[in-house]
Design a protein around this ligand. Structure first.
Ligand SMILES: *Cc1c(COP(=O)(O)O)cnc(C)c1O
Length: 383
C-alpha cells in the first residue's frame, strides 16, 4: 500500500448522483452501476460497498475478475453482469456463482451451454447484438441459429437479456450512426420475438445514450461515468442544461485525491528544477516536493502544467512529473511547511481542482485519467 496519498469517496455526493439518475430514469428502469476499470479508479471494493448502502443492487463489470471482487464484498445480495471477457477457465465459476454475462459469439454460447449442463445450473445470458459499433455482438444472419439454441436448451440457458452498445452517443457528430443502431436493435428484437422467444429485459444505454436518446433506456441502463459525478462529454452536459430552466449541474464529483508535502526547497534564480532543463527558475523560488508521480497515475503530460491546491492557493507543477515525485511552485505562499495537505483532485478553502480541468490540461478524457489512478492508493469513504 502506498501511504503517500489517499483517495476519498464522498458518499453524500454519490447519493445525490444516484437520486438524480433514479429520478431521471423513473422507477421502472433498473440502474446498473458500471464498475469496470477498478470502478473508474475509485477502488472497486470500497466503491461497491458504498453503492450498496446507497441502494444499488445491480453491477456491471468488464471481466470475471471484477465480478469476483464484487461477490467477495457483497455476496449474493446483488446482481452482477459481465459485459466483456469470460475466460474459458472462468465460465464454470461464473455460472456456479450466478453471474450473468454477455454472449456475443457462438463459441461462448456453446461453452456456456456445456458448463451449464455439466454443473446442472442455468447460465443467465445476455445476447449482445451487433448494431453498428463493430466490436462484439451477433449479426442478423446469426439470429436463427441462436433462437433455435435458446429454445432447445431452455432448461440450461436463461435468456436474461438482449443488449447492444452504441458507438459514441456522447457526441452529436455520431447522431446518425447511433440513430441507425437504435433502429437496428429494435428490428432485431422484433425478429426474435416473432420467432417465439423473448428476453426478460432489453438494454442498451450507457450514460451518454441515456441522456441524449431517452428511448435507449428500455428496462435497464448501464451507468458508469455519471454516477461518479462526471458528464460523458461537455455536449451531453450542455444538452441537459438546455432542457432545464435552472442551469445547475445536478452531479457532484465523488472522488478526491490528497497528499502531503514531503520536502521544501529554496531554488535560486537561474537554476533548473528537476530532470533536464524543462523548467528554469526566473526568480528565487520556493518549491514543494510531493510524493506523487506517474507511477501513481498522475500523468507525465501534466509536467509544467498540472495544478494542485496547498493552503488555499492554486500551485503549478514545475519541471517534469517523475515516477514517484513532482515539484510545485509555492513561492507565493507565506506559511507552508512539510506535511501540509496537497489536493490533486478536490476542494480546499473554496478552490477546486476538478477531474475535467485536470484532464483538459493533458487532453485526456475523464475516463482515462481516473482509471489510471493507482490501485495501491488507500480508499476511504467519507459520509
Ligand atoms: C463502460 C460501459 C458502459 C458505461 O459507460 P459510461 O459512459 O461510463 O456510462 C455501458 N455499457 C458498456 C457495454 C460499457 O462497456
Amino acid at each position: 500500500m502506498h501511504t503517500n496519498s489517499i483517495i476519498e469517496l464522498n458518499k453524500s455526493a454519490y447519493q445525490k448522483n444516484i437520486d438524480f439518475l433514479k429520478k431521471t430514469f423513473g422507477k421502472k428502469v433498473i440502474l446498473s452501476s458500471v464498475v469496470k476499470g477498478n470502478a473508474y479508479g475509485h477502488g472497486i471494493a470500497e466503491f461497491v460497498n458504498m453503492a450498496y448502502e446507497c441502494g444499488l443492487r445491480h453491477f456491471s463489470v468488464f471481466d470475471v475478475e471484477e465480478a469476483k471482487s464484487i461477490r467477495a464484498q457483497l455476496q449474493h445480495r446483488v446482481t452482477i453482469m459481465v459485459m466483456g471477457l469470460v475466460n474459458e477457465q472462468d465460465m464454470d465459476w461464473a455460472i456456479e456463482n450466478e453471474v450473468e454475462f454477455f454472449v456475443f459469439n457462438k463459441i461462448r454460447l456453446t461453452k456456456a451451454l456445456k458448463s451449464a449442463k455439466k454443473l446442472h445450473k442455468k447460465a443467465k445470458i445476455h445476447i449482445e447484438l451487433e448494431t453498428g459499433m463493430h466490436r462484439t455482438g451477433f449479426e442478423k444472419r446469426d439470429l436463427n441459429s441462436i433462437i433455435e439454441t435458446l429454445k432447445r436448451e431452455s432448461e440450461h440457458l436463461v435468456f436474461k437479456g438482449l443488449c447492444t452498445h452504441y458507438a459514441g452517443a456522447e457526441s452529436i457528430a455520431n447522431y446518425y450512426r447511433v440513430d441507425k443502431q437504435i433502429k437496428r436493435f429494435e428490428e432485431m428484437y422484433q425478429y426474435i420475438c416473432n420467432h417465439g422467444i423473448q428476453p426478460e429485459i432489453k438494454h442498451s444505454a450507457c450514460s451518454a445514450a441515456s441522456m441524449m436518446f431517452p428511448e435507449t433506456r428500455m428496462d435497464l441502463v448501464r451507468i458508469g461515468i455519471m454516477q461518479y459525478g462526471l458528464w460523458p462529454s461537455p455536449e451531453v452536459f450542455v444538452n441537459y442544461l438546455n432542457s432545464k430552466k435552472s442551469k445547475i449541474d445536478p452531479l457532484q464529483r465523488v472522488i478526491s485525491w490528497k497528499s502531503k508535502i514531503m520536502n521544501l526547497k529554496i531554488v535560486n534564480s537561474g537554476e533548473f528544477i528537476g530532470y533536464g532543463t524543462s523548467f528554469l527558475a526566473e526568480r528565487k523560488m520556493k518549491i514543494a516536493v510531493i510524493p506523487i508521480g506517474y507511477a501513481h497515475g498522475y500523468s507525465r503530460s501534466l509536467s509544467n502544467q498540472g495544478r494542485v491546491l496547498i493552503n488555499g492557493h492554486r500551485c503549478i507543477v514545475v519541471g517534469s512529473v517523475n515516477m514517484n515525485m513532482m515539484s510545485v511552485d509555492v513561492t507565493d505562499i507565506e506559511k507552508v511547511k512539510k506535511e501540509d495537505e496537497v489536493v490533486l483532485i478536490g476542494n480546499q478553502n473554496g478552490l477546486t481542482v476538478s477531474v475535467a480541468s485536470f484532464s483538459d490540461f493533458s487532453n485526456q478524457l475523464n475516463y482515462e485519467l481516473l482509471t489510471r489512478i493507482s490501485k495501491t492508493i488507500p480508499r476511504k469513504i467519507i459520509e
